[in-house]
Design a binder for this molecule. Structure first.
Ligand code: S3P
Ligand code: PEP
Length: 473
């Protein structure tokens, strides 16, 4: 799909949400400063952790503020297959989970495998692989083609020596599908590598209470995305699990206890919030995100500190983080702890007055797509110089000449999104500043934020232009 002249568009009412396969691109109409308030949906990371803890708890839990999206739906559907009953209220944002308790190895082995479809949800496949191996039984977890290219070998290798039974990642390079036939964990100490994804360690930590054992987990080598591991500890504690961890002094974690049903309120998603904070920063606007503070469990609230380093002003309140635009300068920043916001920041960096170097995110190549290589390919479509590094990117800002050329051009530029929700939401920001920016496959935001386009329209108070597949092909 690459139109050479703008196709005829359909204007839909503000607040419309694209359906998968329904419309193949969207053009956000540029305008002035974006000003306002927004509350993104619940955190994906917190929702899927809370679902794991609640599912294997004794008793019922009530989760409020939950995310309703593909990544949480595949978790819920998979848990339902092992008999976890989950009722929904408030259009799915409240989940009442009847826990099944801890290890059920004896009842589950011998059955035909439970087939679980986990789409492209890293948290779901990694957390469930650990949890189900600890719970016991036969399972097969498979997803979309990209999921079968996303590594899980380090997790499988960590589990195999301490599990009674067999576990394998059957695609080349140690990728899903994952096949498990388990009679539970032995309780022996484990070792896990953490340089590709922190989700392996988080999965093992959360699985220990499910195994009914207290387990020592040694972290081998570098650990990426550390704030997510802290989040795991906090979530486990909220549900009665025990973690003993001091990463500053030790590279190992003791984890165990038993989960008990709990009422738990989920924070809005901080990675989703990054798009709105960035929208303020690049349009001369001011946007407050409700329901988040710097004390949030999600490390991605740290994105606003990077914006501050670039020149934006922050207004911090107990339950709201507001970003106000100011002149933007380039920064040299390690984003290893907030890697889901690299695409957002790269778009912001295009509008700064000097280059930005993003470091520490080599693991971004293993996510929904290669978030270094493919990000560079797309951003270069604007004419910007983007240097690709093993561990990140250098983004050279658009020059005044580039901005003039792009502002006057009537040629559309189509941004491919690679089935990656964060590509789509980040490129939408370009459309706030520049005409003719088409974002392909807008429905891919459904992985974590189905209402993204609707929320953005309400905030900017003007409709996007939607283009159907037929129009563009
Ligand atoms: O544990 C989590 O909830 C997550 C951890 C991060 O993954 P990595 O640990 O693979 O960086 C992040 O990118 C992902 O969106 C969610
Ligand atoms: C990397 C992501 O997701 P996951 O690893 O959970 O699929 C993400 O949401 O940006």
């Amino acid at each position: 799909m690459s139109p050479t002249s703008p196709p005829s568009s359909a204007e839909l009412p503000i607040g419309s949400t694209p359906q998968v396969g329904d419309r193949s691109s969207v053009m956000v109409v540029p305008g002035g400063p974006v000003v306002g308030s927004v509350r993104p949906p619940g955190s994906k990371s917190l929702t899927n952790r809370a679902l794991i803890c609640a599912a294997f708890a004794e008793g019922a839990s009530r989760l409020t503020g939950a995310l309703v999206s593909e990544d949480t739906e595949v978790m819920i559907d998979s848990l339902a297959k092992i008999g976890v009953r989950i009722q929904t209220e408030n259009a799915g944002r409240t989940l009442i989970v009847e826990g099944v308790g801890s290890s059920a190895a004896s009842e589950q082995t011998g059955d035909s495998p439970h087939e679980m479809f986990i789409a492209n949800s890293g948290t779901t496949v990694r957390f469930l692989t650990a949890a189900l191996s600890a719970f016991g039984g036969r399972y097969r977890l498979s997803g979309v083609p990209r999921m079968h290219e996303r590594p899980i070998g380090d997790l499988v290798e960590a589990i195999a020596p301490v599990m009674s039974g067999t576990i394998a990642a059957v695609s080349g390079g140690g990728c899903p599908p994952v096949e498990i036939e388990s009679a539970g964990w032995t309780g022996e100490p484990m070792s896990v590598a953490g340089s590709v994804s922190s989700q392996y360690l988080s999965g093992l930590m959360m699985a220990a209470p499910i195994s009914g054992k207290t387990v020592e987990i040694k972290i081998v080598g570098e650990l990426v995305s550390i704030p997510y591991v802290r989040m795991t500890s906090e979530l486990m504690r909220a549900f009665g699990g025990v973690t003993d961890w001091n990463l500053e002094t030790t590279q190992s974690i003791r984890t165990g206890g038993r989960y008990v049903g709990t009422d738990y309120a989920i924070e809005p998603d901080a990675s989703a919030a990054s798009y709105f904070w960035a929208a303020a920063a690049i349009t001369g606007g001011r946007i407050g995100v409700e329901g988040l503070s710097e004390d949030a469990l999600q490390g991605d609230v740290g994105f606003v500190r990077v914006l501050e380093k670039m020149g934006s002003r922050l207004h911090l309140q107990a339950d709201r983080i507001e970003v106000e635009a100011n002149e933007l300068r380039g920064v040299d920043v390690d984003m290893g702890e907030i890697s889901d916001t690299v695409q957002t920041l790269s778009v912001v960096a295009l509008f700064a007055d000097s280059p930005t170097r993003v470091r520490g995110v080599a693991h971004n190549r293993f996510k929904e797509t290669d978030r270094i290589g493919n990000l560079a390919i797309e951003l270069r479509k604007l004419g910007a110089r983007i240097d690709e590094h093993d561990d990140g990117l250098t983004i050279h800002p658009l020059t005044t000449g580039d901005l003039e050329r792009l502002s006057e051009s009537t040629d559309p530029i189509v941004f491919e999104t690679y089935h990656d929700h964060r590509m789509a939401m980040s490129f939408a920001l370009l459309g706030l500043r520049l005409p003719g920016i088409f974002v392909a496959d807008p429905a891919c935001t459904g992985k974590t934020y189905p209402e993204f386009w609707a929320d953005l329209e309400r905030l900017i108070d003007r409709p996007h232009h939607w283009f159907s597949q037929e129009t563009n092909e």
